[in-house]
Design a protein around this ligand. Sequence first.
Ligand code: NCD
Length: 307
Amino acid sequence: MLKGKDIIDASDLNKLDVEELLILAENIIENPREYADTCKGKLLGSLFFEPSTRTRLSFESAMLRLGGEIIGFSDPDSSSVQKGENLPDTIKTVASYTDLIVMRHPKEGAPRYAADSTDIPIINAGDGGHQHPTQTLTDLLTIKQAKGKIENFTIGLCGDLKFGRTVHSLIKAICQYEGIKFVLISPEELQIPEYIKGEILDKSKSEYREVERLEQVIEELDILYMTRVQKERFFNEADYVRLKDSYILDMEKLKNAKEDLTILHPLPRVNEISVEVDSDPRAWYFKQMRFGMFIRMALIMKILGEE
Ligand code: NCD
Protein backbone atom coordinates (compact mmCIF):
# COMPACT_ATOMS: atom_id res chain seq x y z
CA MET A 1 0.00 0.00 0.00
CA LEU A 2 1.55 3.25 -1.09
CA LYS A 3 -1.28 5.53 0.03
CA GLY A 4 0.08 8.34 2.18
CA LYS A 5 3.64 7.02 2.05
CA ASP A 6 6.87 9.04 1.76
CA ILE A 7 9.18 7.92 -1.05
CA ILE A 8 12.63 9.02 0.04
CA ASP A 9 14.84 6.07 -0.85
CA ALA A 10 14.59 3.24 -3.40
CA SER A 11 14.05 0.91 -0.43
CA ASP A 12 10.73 2.65 0.32
CA LEU A 13 9.33 0.70 -2.64
CA ASN A 14 9.25 -3.08 -2.38
CA LYS A 15 9.15 -5.40 -5.38
CA LEU A 16 5.37 -5.71 -5.23
CA ASP A 17 4.92 -1.91 -5.12
CA VAL A 18 7.17 -1.59 -8.17
CA GLU A 19 5.28 -4.35 -9.99
CA GLU A 20 1.94 -2.62 -9.37
CA LEU A 21 3.32 0.76 -10.42
CA LEU A 22 4.68 -0.67 -13.66
CA ILE A 23 1.34 -2.28 -14.47
CA LEU A 24 -0.54 0.93 -13.74
CA ALA A 25 1.93 3.00 -15.79
CA GLU A 26 1.53 0.60 -18.71
CA ASN A 27 -2.25 0.95 -18.48
CA ILE A 28 -1.90 4.72 -18.47
CA ILE A 29 0.32 4.53 -21.57
CA GLU A 30 -2.40 2.47 -23.31
CA ASN A 31 -5.40 4.55 -22.20
CA PRO A 32 -4.23 7.98 -21.00
CA ARG A 33 -7.71 9.51 -21.31
CA GLU A 34 -9.18 7.15 -18.76
CA TYR A 35 -7.00 8.73 -16.11
CA ALA A 36 -7.59 12.37 -17.02
CA ASP A 37 -9.70 13.20 -13.94
CA THR A 38 -8.29 10.84 -11.31
CA CYS A 39 -6.62 13.58 -9.27
CA LYS A 40 -9.13 16.36 -9.82
CA GLY A 41 -9.19 18.74 -6.87
CA LYS A 42 -5.77 17.62 -5.63
CA LEU A 43 -2.75 19.90 -5.41
CA LEU A 44 0.92 18.97 -5.79
CA GLY A 45 3.66 21.11 -4.22
CA SER A 46 6.72 21.06 -6.48
CA LEU A 47 9.82 22.34 -4.67
CA PHE A 48 13.07 22.32 -6.61
CA PHE A 49 16.02 23.68 -4.64
CA GLU A 50 18.32 22.42 -7.41
CA PRO A 51 18.11 22.63 -11.23
CA SER A 52 15.92 20.16 -13.08
CA THR A 53 14.26 19.82 -16.46
CA ARG A 54 12.89 16.29 -16.83
CA THR A 55 12.11 15.40 -13.23
CA ARG A 56 10.25 18.62 -12.46
CA LEU A 57 8.42 18.91 -15.75
CA SER A 58 7.48 15.22 -15.84
CA PHE A 59 6.07 15.42 -12.28
CA GLU A 60 4.19 18.59 -13.10
CA SER A 61 2.83 17.30 -16.40
CA ALA A 62 1.95 14.01 -14.67
CA MET A 63 -0.18 15.88 -12.11
CA LEU A 64 -1.80 18.08 -14.75
CA ARG A 65 -2.57 15.06 -16.95
CA LEU A 66 -4.32 13.45 -13.97
CA GLY A 67 -6.55 16.52 -13.65
CA GLY A 68 -4.73 17.84 -10.57
CA GLU A 69 -2.95 21.15 -10.12
CA ILE A 70 0.49 22.29 -9.01
CA ILE A 71 2.12 25.10 -7.06
CA GLY A 72 5.74 25.54 -6.11
CA PHE A 73 9.08 26.96 -7.19
CA SER A 74 11.95 25.93 -9.40
CA ASP A 75 14.28 28.58 -7.99
CA PRO A 76 14.50 28.76 -4.18
CA ASP A 77 15.82 32.32 -4.48
CA SER A 78 12.32 33.39 -5.49
CA SER A 79 10.93 32.00 -2.19
CA SER A 80 11.41 32.85 1.49
CA VAL A 81 14.39 30.46 1.55
CA GLN A 82 16.27 33.50 0.26
CA LYS A 83 15.23 35.37 3.45
CA GLY A 84 16.74 32.63 5.59
CA GLU A 85 13.71 30.42 6.24
CA ASN A 86 14.64 26.92 7.38
CA LEU A 87 13.56 23.78 5.52
CA PRO A 88 10.96 22.50 8.04
CA ASP A 89 9.19 25.88 8.03
CA THR A 90 9.10 26.00 4.23
CA ILE A 91 7.76 22.43 4.13
CA LYS A 92 5.10 23.12 6.81
CA THR A 93 3.96 26.11 4.78
CA VAL A 94 3.64 24.27 1.48
CA ALA A 95 2.09 21.26 3.25
CA SER A 96 -0.69 23.47 4.57
CA TYR A 97 -1.77 24.22 0.99
CA THR A 98 -1.14 20.93 -0.83
CA ASP A 99 -1.81 17.17 -0.74
CA LEU A 100 1.63 15.90 -1.75
CA ILE A 101 5.12 17.43 -2.04
CA VAL A 102 7.83 16.55 -4.55
CA MET A 103 11.20 18.02 -3.67
CA ARG A 104 14.77 18.09 -4.95
CA HIS A 105 17.54 19.39 -2.74
CA PRO A 106 21.35 19.57 -2.96
CA LYS A 107 21.76 18.22 0.60
CA GLU A 108 21.68 14.48 1.13
CA GLY A 109 18.98 13.60 3.61
CA ALA A 110 16.98 16.84 3.16
CA PRO A 111 13.82 15.00 1.98
CA ARG A 112 13.91 12.75 5.05
CA TYR A 113 14.26 15.82 7.26
CA ALA A 114 11.36 17.44 5.36
CA ALA A 115 9.21 14.34 5.82
CA ASP A 116 9.73 14.55 9.59
CA SER A 117 8.16 18.00 9.65
CA THR A 118 4.85 17.19 7.96
CA ASP A 119 2.17 14.51 7.71
CA ILE A 120 1.60 14.88 3.99
CA PRO A 121 3.62 12.56 1.73
CA ILE A 122 7.03 13.68 0.47
CA ILE A 123 8.61 12.32 -2.70
CA ASN A 124 12.37 12.69 -3.08
CA ALA A 125 13.17 13.97 -6.58
CA GLY A 126 16.92 13.76 -5.92
CA ASP A 127 18.97 14.62 -2.80
CA GLY A 128 22.60 15.50 -3.46
CA GLY A 129 24.64 12.48 -4.51
CA HIS A 130 22.42 10.14 -2.53
CA GLN A 131 19.12 8.83 -3.96
CA HIS A 132 16.66 9.46 -6.79
CA PRO A 133 13.97 6.78 -6.43
CA THR A 134 11.56 8.03 -9.10
CA GLN A 135 14.31 7.99 -11.73
CA THR A 136 14.71 4.34 -10.80
CA LEU A 137 11.02 3.71 -11.44
CA THR A 138 11.51 5.39 -14.81
CA ASP A 139 14.52 3.17 -15.52
CA LEU A 140 12.66 -0.01 -14.53
CA LEU A 141 9.66 0.86 -16.71
CA THR A 142 12.02 1.49 -19.63
CA ILE A 143 13.79 -1.84 -19.10
CA LYS A 144 10.42 -3.61 -18.94
CA GLN A 145 9.28 -1.90 -22.15
CA ALA A 146 12.55 -2.67 -23.93
CA LYS A 147 13.11 -6.22 -22.75
CA GLY A 148 9.66 -7.40 -21.62
CA LYS A 149 11.04 -8.36 -18.18
CA ILE A 150 13.50 -7.25 -15.49
CA GLU A 151 15.46 -10.47 -14.87
CA ASN A 152 18.61 -12.24 -15.97
CA PHE A 153 20.58 -9.36 -17.43
CA THR A 154 24.09 -8.09 -17.38
CA ILE A 155 23.85 -4.38 -16.76
CA GLY A 156 26.79 -2.02 -17.21
CA LEU A 157 26.66 1.19 -15.17
CA CYS A 158 29.13 3.63 -16.66
CA GLY A 159 30.52 7.02 -15.66
CA ASP A 160 30.21 8.82 -12.36
CA LEU A 161 29.20 6.02 -10.01
CA LYS A 162 30.43 7.94 -6.97
CA PHE A 163 28.14 10.97 -7.13
CA GLY A 164 25.47 9.63 -9.49
CA ARG A 165 22.36 9.29 -7.30
CA THR A 166 20.37 7.59 -10.08
CA VAL A 167 22.92 4.76 -10.07
CA HIS A 168 22.70 4.36 -6.30
CA SER A 169 18.91 4.06 -6.38
CA LEU A 170 18.89 1.78 -9.42
CA ILE A 171 21.34 -0.69 -7.88
CA LYS A 172 19.27 -0.80 -4.71
CA ALA A 173 16.09 -1.63 -6.60
CA ILE A 174 17.32 -3.89 -9.37
CA CYS A 175 19.49 -6.14 -7.19
CA GLN A 176 16.22 -7.63 -5.89
CA TYR A 177 15.54 -9.24 -9.27
CA GLU A 178 16.80 -12.68 -10.29
CA GLY A 179 20.01 -13.11 -12.23
CA ILE A 180 21.17 -9.49 -12.45
CA LYS A 181 24.91 -9.12 -12.98
CA PHE A 182 26.48 -5.69 -12.55
CA VAL A 183 29.51 -4.38 -14.38
CA LEU A 184 30.57 -1.12 -12.72
CA ILE A 185 32.53 0.94 -15.24
CA SER A 186 34.22 4.07 -13.90
CA PRO A 187 37.57 5.77 -13.40
CA GLU A 188 39.09 4.86 -10.05
CA GLU A 189 38.18 8.26 -8.56
CA LEU A 190 34.50 7.85 -9.43
CA GLN A 191 33.93 4.30 -8.23
CA ILE A 192 30.74 3.27 -6.48
CA PRO A 193 30.79 4.19 -2.75
CA GLU A 194 31.85 1.47 -0.34
CA TYR A 195 28.52 1.56 1.51
CA ILE A 196 26.69 0.56 -1.67
CA LYS A 197 29.01 -2.40 -2.11
CA GLY A 198 28.79 -3.46 1.51
CA GLU A 199 25.16 -2.73 2.35
CA ILE A 200 23.53 -3.49 -0.98
CA LEU A 201 25.59 -5.51 -3.44
CA ASP A 202 27.26 -7.84 -0.94
CA LYS A 203 24.14 -8.23 1.21
CA SER A 204 21.97 -9.15 -1.76
CA LYS A 205 24.73 -11.52 -2.96
CA SER A 206 24.70 -9.79 -6.34
CA GLU A 207 27.39 -10.62 -8.83
CA TYR A 208 29.41 -7.51 -9.69
CA ARG A 209 32.81 -6.42 -10.85
CA GLU A 210 34.54 -3.09 -11.30
CA VAL A 211 36.37 -2.15 -14.48
CA GLU A 212 37.81 1.03 -15.91
CA ARG A 213 37.37 0.59 -19.65
CA LEU A 214 34.02 0.37 -21.42
CA GLU A 215 35.58 -1.25 -24.50
CA GLN A 216 36.71 -4.13 -22.32
CA VAL A 217 33.15 -5.21 -21.45
CA ILE A 218 30.70 -3.70 -23.94
CA GLU A 219 30.15 -6.99 -25.80
CA GLU A 220 28.81 -8.70 -22.63
CA LEU A 221 26.15 -6.14 -21.81
CA ASP A 222 22.37 -6.41 -22.22
CA ILE A 223 21.83 -2.94 -20.76
CA LEU A 224 24.26 -0.03 -20.72
CA TYR A 225 23.36 2.78 -18.29
CA MET A 226 25.46 5.84 -19.13
CA THR A 227 25.76 8.74 -16.69
CA ARG A 228 27.04 12.31 -16.65
CA VAL A 229 30.05 13.25 -14.56
CA GLN A 230 28.33 15.23 -11.77
CA LYS A 231 30.18 18.55 -12.05
CA GLU A 232 28.19 20.21 -9.25
CA ARG A 233 29.37 17.64 -6.66
CA PHE A 234 33.11 18.11 -7.26
CA PHE A 235 35.19 20.00 -4.74
CA ASN A 236 37.59 21.35 -7.34
CA GLU A 237 37.32 22.24 -11.00
CA ALA A 238 40.65 20.58 -11.94
CA ASP A 239 39.39 17.11 -10.93
CA TYR A 240 36.22 17.61 -12.94
CA VAL A 241 38.15 18.74 -16.02
CA ARG A 242 40.43 15.72 -15.75
CA LEU A 243 37.56 13.23 -15.46
CA LYS A 244 34.78 14.74 -17.52
CA ASP A 245 35.66 13.03 -20.80
CA SER A 246 36.36 9.60 -19.32
CA TYR A 247 33.68 7.93 -21.45
CA ILE A 248 32.20 8.87 -24.77
CA LEU A 249 29.89 6.28 -26.28
CA ASP A 250 29.99 6.44 -30.09
CA MET A 251 29.18 4.16 -33.02
CA GLU A 252 32.73 2.89 -33.10
CA LYS A 253 32.46 1.56 -29.52
CA LEU A 254 29.02 0.11 -30.27
CA LYS A 255 30.47 -2.09 -33.04
CA ASN A 256 31.17 -4.84 -30.53
CA ALA A 257 27.91 -4.44 -28.60
CA LYS A 258 24.97 -6.86 -28.73
CA GLU A 259 22.28 -6.28 -31.37
CA ASP A 260 19.67 -6.02 -28.64
CA LEU A 261 21.64 -3.87 -26.21
CA THR A 262 19.43 -1.27 -24.47
CA ILE A 263 21.20 2.05 -23.92
CA LEU A 264 19.81 4.12 -21.07
CA HIS A 265 20.78 7.51 -19.63
CA PRO A 266 18.83 9.49 -17.01
CA LEU A 267 19.79 12.67 -18.92
CA PRO A 268 20.91 15.44 -19.15
CA ARG A 269 23.74 14.27 -21.37
CA VAL A 270 26.81 16.43 -21.71
CA ASN A 271 29.09 14.58 -24.12
CA GLU A 272 29.14 11.00 -22.79
CA ILE A 273 26.94 9.78 -25.63
CA SER A 274 27.69 11.07 -29.15
CA VAL A 275 24.70 12.50 -30.94
CA GLU A 276 25.25 9.95 -33.75
CA VAL A 277 24.07 7.21 -31.35
CA ASP A 278 20.63 8.83 -30.96
CA SER A 279 19.26 7.31 -34.16
CA ASP A 280 20.49 3.79 -33.36
CA PRO A 281 17.55 1.55 -32.38
CA ARG A 282 19.47 0.54 -29.25
CA ALA A 283 19.21 4.11 -27.89
CA TRP A 284 16.31 4.21 -25.43
CA TYR A 285 17.11 7.37 -23.47
CA PHE A 286 14.61 9.68 -25.13
CA LYS A 287 11.84 7.10 -24.73
CA GLN A 288 13.03 6.68 -21.14
CA MET A 289 12.40 10.33 -20.32
CA ARG A 290 8.84 10.08 -21.67
CA PHE A 291 8.19 6.95 -19.58
CA GLY A 292 9.21 9.09 -16.60
CA MET A 293 5.96 11.01 -16.90
CA PHE A 294 3.78 7.87 -17.01
CA ILE A 295 5.42 6.20 -14.04
CA ARG A 296 5.09 9.44 -12.06
CA MET A 297 1.38 9.56 -12.95
CA ALA A 298 1.09 6.05 -11.53
CA LEU A 299 3.04 6.99 -8.40
CA ILE A 300 1.01 10.14 -7.71
CA MET A 301 -2.24 8.17 -8.10
CA LYS A 302 -1.11 5.45 -5.70
CA ILE A 303 0.21 7.84 -3.07
CA LEU A 304 -2.95 9.93 -3.16
CA GLY A 305 -5.05 6.74 -3.08
CA GLU A 306 -6.84 7.78 -6.28
CA GLU A 307 -6.92 4.55 -8.21
C1 NCD B 1 19.67 13.00 -13.01
C2 NCD B 1 19.74 13.64 -11.63
O1 NCD B 1 19.23 14.76 -11.45
O2 NCD B 1 20.30 12.99 -10.78
N1 NCD B 1 18.79 13.65 -13.89
C3 NCD B 1 17.46 13.34 -13.86
O3 NCD B 1 16.80 13.45 -12.86
N2 NCD B 1 16.90 12.85 -14.98
C4 NCD B 1 21.00 12.74 -13.59
C5 NCD B 1 21.97 13.88 -13.77
O4 NCD B 1 21.68 15.02 -13.43
O5 NCD B 1 23.05 13.61 -14.28
